[in-house]
Design a binder for this molecule. Structure first.
Ligand code: GLP
Length: 244
């Protein structure tokens, strides 16, 4: 696991974009998992600035959403699907069909999860997983305690994670879902390359915990990256607790 420290969140986004484009150009039909959240917003803003030719090259990718809320009566505008449609697909001129995602409203989440694993496998496995990190070290929506070999499935959300996501539900914690469906830790670890983005002061405790860990523990899911052969943590100075 390697750390790459940039001056700012924009520089982290540019670094991430360069790594994504490297994967895009190195394979005819790569598969890439994308995260939602505040951290990757600058990445999608940078993607919007790409030339039309480069944007066109993104059409060759099998894009997968990393995770989704699970909530029967969710407003589409609060879903991760909508987040990626509006902040990623639209800005790079890709049609809705370019992104595979998990249903937030499914009646059969286990069937949905199994089918997602099959779609990833049919795409040849993930060439790249782009991740953020939760305040408690979660990756995707794999909360502390999730088995390290878990595959795509349902997770109950901690209060901390619900509070961190309440901004998508008008800051109303009562409306913020209590469960989610996510690629598993094992699914993420099967990706041939992983980049995890962390920016801003709020990530200082999470990155400090990650830096202090010598071995993998389910108590801090992101620690699993210690065991991945090609994992990169892209941080800005603020997330490292350095002077900016
Ligand atoms: C969310 C998502 C994660 C995301 C993380 C950090 O709950 N499930 O995929 O990486 O938490 O989000 P943010 O970037 O908003 O801090």
């Amino acid at each position: 696991m390697q750390y790459h420290v940039s001056a700012s969140a924009t520089d982290v986004a540019l670094d991430a974009l360069e790594r994504i484009l490297q994967v895009v150009s190195s394979s005819k039909r790569p598969a890439i998992a994308l995260p939602t959240g505040k951290t990757p917003m600058p990445l999608y803003e940078q993607m919007a600035l790409l030339s039309n030719d480069v944007k066109a090259s993104l059409a060759a990718v099998n894009w997968f959403a990393l995770d989704e809320f699970l909530c029967k009566d969710i407003d589409h505008e609060s879903s991760f699907r909508y987040f990626l449609e509006s902040r990623f697909l639209r800005t790079v001129n890709l049609p809705p069909s370019a992104l595979c995602s998990l249903s937030a409203v499914t009646d059969a989440p286990d069937v949905e999860a199994k089918a997602y694993e099959e779609r990833i496998a049919a795409a040849g496995g993930l060439d790249l997983a782009v991740l953020g990190i939760g305040l408690n070290g979660h990756i995707g929506f794999n909360e502390p305690g999730t088995p390290l070999d878990s595959r795509t499935g349902v997770r109950q959300l901690t209060e901390k994670s619900r509070k961190a996501n309440a901004y998508l539900f008008g800051d109303d914690l009562d409306r913020t879902p209590t469960s989610a469906i996510t690629m598993g830790i094992g699914t993420i670890m099967s990706a041939r390359r992983i980049i995890l983005l962390a920016t801003g002061q709020s990530k200082v405790p999470a990155i400090a915990s990650l830096l202090s860990l010598q071995s993998v523990t389910p108590d801090f899911p992101a620690s699993v990256l210690l065991d991945h052969p090609d994992a990169h943590i892209l941080c800005d100075r603020a997330a490292m607790g350095l002077e900016v």
